[in-house]
Design a protein around this ligand. Structure first.
Ligand code: G6P
Length: 369
């Protein structure tokens, strides 16, 4: 009823708006700004096992798999250890090469997804060390793992995952920082600047949530689109995948996420004046390249909704709609850039009169194959 929804019309909107608070809870006792360090009890307790690994394999499904793709980039960049990301459903039937030199990180909001649980059991038989990143305390996956870190974002009711995703990305970031420090693969400046920035991410998410009214307005323009393309690069490529997934899940509009540079190898053929393209074009190391992708879309009359860094007046002049995000560290951009995409999917689904919290054909947790 209304009480559990805290005055919001849907659980999904409530959960989107809870994110700053959820991430504060997720980082509590773990990110210490005064001491400028990150502590995860699992990394302290299982330091030996975690430091002896030669490779990390991340498994998950759906939104959790998207979080894994971001985790791979942060872990590889800070820890200099190879990371693979696999759909749990593929991994489990592939007779994968897994040994006692591997850490398998299983990501699951519910902790009950059948494929992810089976992947954990298989990896364990192969001798890997299993680290869970889950939300539901005491669920099957956390019980089957050797150790792990809960995301502590509270119950997620909406079928489309929102706060669990940003919680998962936050735990993966803390894991990367804690491991990198132990491994000695990160310099102090990089480490401290990410820790500091992570601690203010809830404020930046709060700022981003203020875009809600603007996104509700612009959603009306795009409610009748038949297709959507989402583009991003680097850390924001998985954000594009996640944005497209949210739209598919709740508004039933066909949407595809793509790494921006791959557009020329196919999706560009689809672009005409009926094609909305959401581009994550924040001011980071990929800025110039993404900017030229936007020019290519505009030359073909595509409609561009650009997510830019606040104060960017170059891209603003080129595109149809602009969403301004607070500036942050490149590796933390997904935590803010995801929010407008959640809101966009939400408002389009509401405009279409769809059942936002319980979309057709989908289940909150898929406990059978
Ligand atoms: C279902 C849900 C998704 C979720 C996926 C994985 O498809 O609808 O929102 O991302 O399962 O769930 P998990 O609980 O393992 O994260």
């Amino acid at each position: 009823g209304q009480i559990e929804k805290g005055g919001y019309p849907h659980f999904m909107l409530k959960e989107i708006f809870e994110q700053p608070e959820c991430l504060t809870n997720c980082m509590r006792g773990r990110v210490n700004v005064e001491a400028t360090n990150v502590t995860l009890s699992a990394v302290i307790d299982y330091k030996k096992q975690l430091l002896s690994a030669k490779r990390i394999i991340i498994v998950g499904c759906g939104t959790s798999w998207h979080a894994g793709l971001i985790g791979k980039q942060i872990i590889e960049s800070l820890c200099r250890i190879p990371v693979e990301v696999e759909y749990a459903s593929e991994f489990r039937y592939r007779n994968p090469v897994v040994t006692d030199k591997d850490i398998v990180v299983a990501i699951s909001q519910s902790g009950e997804t059948a494929d992810t649980l089976a992947a954990v059991r298989l990896a364990k038989q192969c001798g890997a060390f299993i680290y869970g990143i889950c939300n539901v305390i005491g669920a099957s996956i956390p019980r089957a793992t050797d150790t792990g870190s809960y995301i502590h974002v509270g119950p997620e009711i909406g079928v489309a995952s929102t706060k669990a995703f940003t919680g998962q990305v936050t735990v993966l970031t803390m894991l990367a920082l804690a491991l990198a420090k132990e491994r000695g693969t990160v310099d102090d400046d990089t480490y401290f600047s990410i820790v500091r920035e992570l601690s203010v991410i809830p404020q930046k998410m709060q700022e981003t949530l203020e875009l809600n009214d603007r996104i509700a307005m612009l959603s009306r323009i795009f409610t009748y689109a038949r297709n959507f393309l989402y583009l991003g690069r680097g850390y924001n490529y998985p954000v594009a995948l996640e944005g497209a997934l949210k739209l598919k899940e709740i508004s039933y509009i066909h949407a595809e996420g793509y790494p921006a540079a791959e557009m020329k190898h196919g999706p560009i053929a689809l672009i005409d004046s009926d094609m909305p393209v959401v581009v994550i074009a924040t001011r980071n190391s990929m800025y110039e390249k993404v900017l030229s992708n936007i020019q290519e879309i505009k030359a073909r009359k595509g409609k561009v909704i650009a997510l830019v860094t606040k104060g960017d007046d170059t891209i603003s002049k080129m595109v149809d709609e602009v969403i301004e995000l607070p500036d942050t560290q490149e590796c933390l951009e997904p935590l803010v850039a995801t929010i407008p995409l959640q809101l966009l999917a939400y408002h389009i689904a509401v405009c279409k009169g769809k059942n936002v919290d319980q979309p057709r054909n989908l289940a909150k947790s898929v406990t059978v194959e």
